[in-house]
Design a protein around this ligand. Sequence first.
Ligand code: BGC
Length: 441
Amino acid sequence: MPQGTYHFPKGFLWGTATASHQVEGGNTNNNWHAWEEAGHTVHKSGLAADWWNGRWREDFDRAAETGQNAHRLSIEWSRVQPTPDKWDEEAIEKYRLMLRGLRERNMTALVTLHHFTEPLWVTERGAWETEAIVPLFEKYVRKMVDALKEYTNLWVTINEPNVYALSGYAVGAFPPGKKDLKSAMQVLANMLRGHAAAYRAIHELQPESRVGYALHFRPMVPRTGWNPLDRLMRNIRYEGVNMGFPTGISTGVMKTPLGNFNIPEAKGTQDYLGLNYYSVDTVWFDLAKAGEMFSNSGYPKNADMSDTNFLANIPEGIYDSVKWIVRTYPNLPIIITENGVEDYDDHMRPRYLAQHLHQVWRTVNFNWPVKGYFHWSLVDNFEWERGWTQRFGLWGLDVDTQKRIRRPSVDFYAEICKENGISSEMVQKYCPEVFEKLFPS
Ligand code: BGC
């Protein structure tokens, strides 16, 4: 049986990613709380993983003790600026404490400034539907960077602007539940303006900062390769889902299937690209999907499907995504800011992890500049409209008792982080079913 280890470059960041509303609990002043109260989610976030009451400490301990050297978390805008003219200094101090907590555990902090939520007063003003949000966002960003720059210089301005815009304004699953592609593209354009303003503000306050955003990148294939309509739909959908921010940042003109937006100030506003990769979509023409420009998507037949059929395990997609980034932006550092799978029983996660990391290894083996990997997520957290039905944590969470449950993936990931690589022994131990794929004889 072949033996060996796929090693990663020295200094590689190994961590997990979380987001404020999904772990903190008690966030009652943002758009998602209102959405939950209006009955649009399977469950409510409630205490979530109870970080706001201090359980971040024990979870950071878990992360550090299991070899992670980095963590990605987000700041809850509605906590630090509950009303337009009020900063909550106590809340800000809590975030300083959390970042200090990471430093004390020798962990690098990657801080996200917007992860799907904003204060209700921002929602009432139309949130990202109007350009008026840009100076508001910039003001909040300046305040936070000033407060936190002692502890980090690695920032994500906005998490998955494409998912925020499309889920909230085209699909209707996220607040405010609109189904209007045109306003989704308007929202995306304003997010790009906000990102650009934040990028410049952060650099002004902290010249040594490294600023990017987290792109949910979705590779896509037509369901039937020879069908011109499927191919056309694949291309339209691909542009609509993936290309807004990347084109805007490359050229200052954001391309969308509904037209172009001139945003010259966005050109060049990234020091690295954050990649959130989960799966690959199969796309086809569907007359019933007028609202999505007649395109529909799903997964290939016979795919290795996750617990709740939310994701197909298609590890080559992470390699293809990195390859696309390298081709689009040669030499730009890349951080995998999210990758993971919902899996209550942990029957798929070990192989999902092993197979995806093997593909990431292929990219670093070409000296492509991938600098770190953040698994989604550290502990089960509130999965937005899907509530608690999906479990993405390395650690499980009993929502009623707040008890953490150690899934086998905890130990697998710990071995990977500590080794800075993935070995044949580990694969044999945690997911022998893919041994032959990763270490062919
Ligand atoms: C989001 C996370 C979410 C994860 C899994 C990503 O799109 O950034 O907030 O929990 O997917 O659904």
